[in-house]
Design a protein around this ligand. Sequence first.
Ligand code: NAD
Ligand code: UD1
Length: 335
Amino acid sequence: MPDSILLTGGSGFIGSHIAVEVARAGHRPVVLDNLCNSKAGVIERLARIIGRPIDFVQGDIRDGAVVRKVIRDFGITRVIHLAGLKAVGESMSMPLAYYDNNVVGTLRLLEAMNDCGVRSIVFSSSCTVYGDPQRLPLTESHPLSSANPYGQTKLTIELMLRDLARSDDRWHICLLRYFNPVGAHESGLIGEDPNGIPNNLMPFVLKVAAGQFKELGVWGSDYPTPDGTGVRDYIHVVDLAVGHLRAMERLGDMRCEAINLGTGQGSSVLDVVKAFERVNAVRVPYTLKDRRPGDIAACWADPALALQRLGWKTERTLDDMCRDAWKWQLSSGGS
Ligand code: NAD
Ligand code: UD1
């Protein structure tokens, strides 16, 4: 009997890639998404990749009745919880919307799960919970902090989940702290589809390469890094999705554990630009600009715990990320 796995936010960038891996592993992914940052067309494209229709309910995690109904109707046994708002800048101008969607939303979801006797959950956390790194690579024991409401919501949810696990040993919880997910499915059918002008590096590089923007602004060239530009741990979204599958499979052995999902390797902004140009034979004009307020110089993961606890490590390279992201851009027209 396949397990029915609830994917909140499952039509978004990361959730859609997880749906593919969950289905490929023989489980039944059930997507609950209010489509505030994704489109229903993703569900049809998922069906093309998977080769069969996918269960989708349009609804909000803050609506406990809807969540309970989905859990009961589909016989859900485990939850991968991705639904939430994720734009740092927007969180600074709309903090209440972020606390409501992310923190209250998670609270309602957990209440509904508890009511239905489903107490296994993988949560989408972020390396943003480490704040400005005191030492690199970042291990899970690094002190936690956050400088913006988005990060605060992730920290608050982590604390809430830890308290829950302490209160009742029937809960099995994994907090996955992602580094910088980029790339797309190799089919070119699903990928990241940000609204408006992208804030993040890879989506902006795609728009410049496609000629939709004249040039990339490189935010800061005087960081204490090898080429002066910011360094991050970019991880292919399919590797990230496989990491969720491994975490879900090991939930039974966990009470509440935080695990980094990253490659363990840092790449600078210029490393990304050069790799992208080389792999795709396109030009990405750029100009060096001032630092972006709030940015850190460098950040990369120690992924040892993920290998030890999940038997997982990344397989895809920065070249793969650039190639698959470009394939998605070309096939979607950056829709
Ligand atoms: P995304 O915006 O593409 O996906 C999130 C999905 O959740 C969207 O489809 C949106 O419509 C849905 N959603 C939002 N609020 C909802 C609600 N109240 N009820 C139901 N659905 C709702 O984002 P993503 O990049 O796929 O990120 C997924 C998760 O991973 C988020 O929680 C995000 O904070 C976290 N995360 C993302 C990154 C990243 O760089 N992309 C890094 C670290 C952590
Ligand atoms: C983003 C999130 C952070 C999250 C992290 C991992 C923001 C502000 N922060 O940060 O909360 O934890 O992803 O997913 O969104 N850059 C440019 N030009 C651009 C865009 C970016 O030079 O047009 C540089 C940045 O200065 C940085 C690097 O590229 O050095 C990566 O930036 P970005 O993709 O926004 O990710 P993070 O800054 O790591």
